[in-house]
Design a protein around this ligand. Sequence first.
Ligand code: FPP
Length: 263
Amino acid sequence: MFNKLFGKKINKEDKMNEQKGLVKDECIPSHIAIIMDGNGRWAKKRAMPRIKGHHEGMNTVKKIARYASKCGVKVLTLYAFSTENWRRPKTEVEFLMSLPGQFLQSFLPELMELNIKVQMIGDKAELPMHTQKALDAAMEATKENTGLILNFAMNYGSRDEIVRAMKAMMTEVQEGKLVIEDITEERVTNYLMTAHLPEPDLLIRTSGEVRLSNFMLWQLAYTEFWFTDTLWPDFDEACFQEAIEAYQNRNRRYGGLKGEETK
Ligand code: FPP
């Protein structure tokens, strides 16, 4: 589609990927972060309870994880439950907390087959024990996998993460292990829950909302954003491909100049 839209010369590899329904290899974003929004509206449109929308949203997670893995994306971070989502009705929260278990039960064989490694960011200790167990089991079972990292942000809030990082640094200063002069951007990055991951290249938010909702505020400093009106349960491979193609057509400058402009 990219080639059709932008009139680029199609090489043999691109042609093959097009036939396989995959995006072209060139410049695949290494880390894609997604704010999966619109489950409730999807259900409402069908006169269904909100939890049906979340259940369908979980199926979209499987679809997109499969596709991202095939495209060669290295990390897919999904905002599954924020530190603010506890304010939702009890039954909805309970259902959302059951999703990691449902996901593991129905998707583990495929996670193994696709060599996908499950990880998480967020405050796991505050989750119900059954949710913690499901997440632990998924991470343990897939820990030796070397393909896509499927990173769930669960009970995650970026401000909470930054406060924790600050507290950890201050404690080290108090204990004489760290001096204030050594606090650099790199060091702050290393105190975040994403310390082991590259920064996201592409952020996708579904459902027409155009805000960050306390998601990876530090990590998204130079990320390309892509928004779509599509509701998360309707999001599919073609939407994901469209987002990647939009990314491939962006000119990332990181505050500097690129190419011709520097001459
Ligand atoms: C926001 O939509 C979505 C969530 C708060 C939950 C997202 C969770 C999933 C898609 C499933 C995650 C799967 C696993 C395995 C953990 P919303 O409910 O705010 O939608 P609305 O804005 O239309 O009401």
